[in-house]
Design a protein around this ligand. Structure first.
Ligand SMILES: C[S@@+](CC[C@H](N)C(=O)[O-])C[C@H]1O[C@@H](n2cnc3c(N)ncnc32)[C@H](O)[C@@H]1O
Length: 350
């Protein structure tokens, strides 16, 4: 019997997701159920589908943000009682003792469906931040109700929309991109050592790196936010990343959020990798596997087809794979006209 799942992406990336899914899931039926929501029908079990989409079994999808399982489909004019009953029957199957959460994509009926779900499962075990099981009730061209292991859903946030609390100390909205990348790619920044931040101004990423305890060399011709002035572990180098490359210091983290086209930016990261490795060797302190890079690949917003965009991203990832041990990429909730790539380890030393 075929299985159904709903895959979410940003509305601007629908063409890209469709192309990726056709490549990754050639034997599945793919139909848009709503804006940014693709219905997938195939013979794959949820765990296998998740492995393909997340890249555990190959390159994976960059533009999928969330996978919602479907066990019950109701017509889009189903009554509240019908939707609540479906949610209750699914929730009754949550394994005993499992932390769970429910996402309801229907603002009018959210309260009624959530309270029905809680009546059918253990409300004490409902966990919004760390669920083991996710129940979804999604209103699109029909009502879709389902439950899955949270590890198979790509994100435990509704539709992959990771929202952070706004802090007074925040310097730029860009900070959220770095925080989200650390979470989505399950990365741990080292507690000390040197980080280089390319295209650092006004300094949001720099602030996050300093807060983690790293020394930061912030490279940008533009000014940093005045709140960073005089920070004892910060050095601001007022020059372009291309010029600074000659003097790149030995470091364990390089981040790059430069306003620069994706391909030259990827090439620059690769050339930094070689120089950083050489500096590290000179200093006899080379743990190449501990090396971490995070960058945004800025994509053209107009005048390019989805296929050409995917080809461009592929070329960038190939450039990065030539220089780094492991490369992954996703479009995060906080990415606009860009994707985030993460590089772990230096290729030469593997
Ligand atoms: C999107 S902003 C970076 C925001 C930053 N990540 C934050 O969290 O505040 C892009 C920055 O890239 C810088 N930039 C553009 N080209 C550059 C280059 N060739 N070298 C260094 N910085 C560059 C710009 O001056 C700009 O400050």
């Amino acid at each position: 019997m075929p299985h159904t799942a709903l895959i979410t992406c940003s509305q601007e990336s629908e063409g890209l997701l469709a192309l990726e899914l056709r490549r990754l899931l050639p034997d599945c039926s793919l139909v848009w159920a709503a804006d940014g929501l693709m219905r997938v029908e195939c013979d794959l079990a949820m765990a296998d589908l998740a492995a393909i989409i997340s890249g555990k079994a190959g390159r994976g999808s960059i533009f999928a943000r969330h996978i919602a399982p479907v066990q019950v489909v109701l017509p889009d004019d189903a009554s509240v009682a019908q939707v609540c009953n479906a949610a209750m029957s699914v929730c009754a199957q949550i394994p005993a003792g499992a932390r769970w959460n429910i996402h309801v994509r229907d603002s009018e009926r959210r309260a009624a469906v959530e309270s029905a779900a809680e009546s059918a499962s253990d409300p004490e075990l409902r966990s919004r931040s760390d669920p083991q099981v996710l129940v979804s009730v999604i209103r699109a061209d029909a009502y879709y109700v389902g439950m899955a292991d949270a590890a198979h859903c790509l994100s435990t946030w509704p539709g992959g929309e990771r929202r952070f609390r706004k802090e007074e100390a925040r310097i730029s909205r860009a900070e959220f991109k770095l925080l989200e990348a650390l979470e989505v790619f399950d990365l741990r920044l080292p507690a000390s050592g040197m980080a280089v931040d390319l295209g650092a101004a006004p300094g949001g990423w720099t602030r996050v790196l300093l807060e983690h305890g790293l020394d930061v060399t912030a490279v940008d011709p533009a000014d940093l936010d005045r709140r960073l002035k005089g920070h004892p572990r910060l050095r601001h180098v007022r020059m372009t990343a291309e010029r600074f490359r000659q003097d790149a210091p030995a470091c364990t983290v390089v981040v790059n959020d430069m306003r620069m086209s994706a391909e030259p930016s990827a090439n620059l990261m690769a050339s930094y990798a070689y120089r950083i490795e050489m500096s590290a060797r000179r200093q006899g302190a080379n743990d190449a596997n501990a090396w971490l890079g995070i960058m945004t690949l800025k994509l053209p917003e107009r005048g390019i087809t989805s296929r050409a965009l995917l080809d461009l991203i592929d070329r960038c990832l190939d450039i990065l794979m030539g220089a780094f041990g492991r490369v992954r990429a996703r479009q995060l909730f906080h990415n606009r006209s860009e994707v985030t790539a993460v590089m772990e380890g230096l290729a030469q030393c593997d």
